[in-house]
Design a protein around this ligand. Structure first.
Ligand SMILES: Nc1ncnc2c1ncn2[C@@H]1O[C@H](COP(=O)(O)OP(=O)(O)OP(=O)(O)O)[C@@H](O)[C@H]1O
Ligand SMILES: O=C(O)C1=C[C@@H](O)[C@@H](O)[C@H](O)C1
Ligand SMILES: [Mg+2]
Length: 187
């Protein structure tokens, strides 16, 4: 765990990363409840601040604008808040500045899912994820594997294949409590 960070482990934000639809929003909410912490979903926060849906922001303001807003919000949350559960949008972690902010201030969990399992999720999410719009399944598969390079830089990975959200959330909570106990045991 980064020794250059002076925030106690127990106070660091917990960040969930991973491809669209792996469950960052669903599972982040559950983790927050279980740890009695505030939950912030970066996509939802951007929608709230703009009073617009993500697809509308992409359409009317463009992806570059969205990425800038996303980056600035995440860097701000990582730098200026503690004790939160943060679920990122699926593409946020592709930005180096986002990775650096998350890795230097927070504990980063990569929610992983096999391509075979992910494909079954596609119908649930395809309508409101602009990045998937007009892409063939082959193109989405390419994106899925390309993005793994960025997601592979994390503190902890949870493989979620065939696990329900509750089970994944419990695994994350156990893992984080283990980390706290090992690195910062209570007196
Ligand atoms: N472990 C799971 N098992 C089955 N379905 C799940 C699981 N986790 C999430 N889902 C379902 O998959 C869909 C996408 O989940 P969710 O919105 O949490 O993904 P996400 O990672 O936040 O996506 P995005 O990157 O686009 O924000 C939802 O319909 C959710 O109910
Ligand atoms: O993976 C992506 O690039 C995205 C994922 C969503 O969470 C949203 O942030 C948006 O639809 C872009
Ligand atoms: Mg989400």
């Amino acid at each position: 765990m980064g020794t250059y960070c002076n925030i106690p482990l127990r106070e660091r934000n917990i960040v969930l990363i991973g491809f669209m639809g792996v469950g960052k929003t669903t599972i982040g909410q559950l983790v927050a409840k279980k740890l009695y912490r505030d939950f912030i979903d970066v996509d939802q926060e951007i929608e709230k601040r703009h009073q617009m849906s993500i697809p509308a922001i992409f359409e009317q303001m463009g992806e570059d604008y969205f990425r800038k807003v996303e980056r600035e919000l995440i860097v701000d949350l990582c730098t200026n808040t503690r004790l939160k559960i943060l679920s990122l949008g699926g593409g946020a972690y592709l930005q180096e500045e986002v990775r650096n902010a998350c890795l230097s201030h927070c504990i980063v969990f990569f929610l992983d899912l096999s391509w075979e399992c992910w494909k079954e999720r596609l119908p649930l999410i395809v309508d409101n994820r602009p990045v998937l719009k007009n892409k063939t399944l082959e193109e989405i598969e390419q994106l899925f594997f390309q993005r793994r390079n960025a997601y592979s830089i994390h503190n902890s990975r949870v493989l979620t294949n065939n696990l329900d959200p509750e089970t994944v959330a419990n695994e994350i909570v156990e893992s984080i409590k283990w980390t706290w106990e090992v690195y910062e045991p209570n007196e």
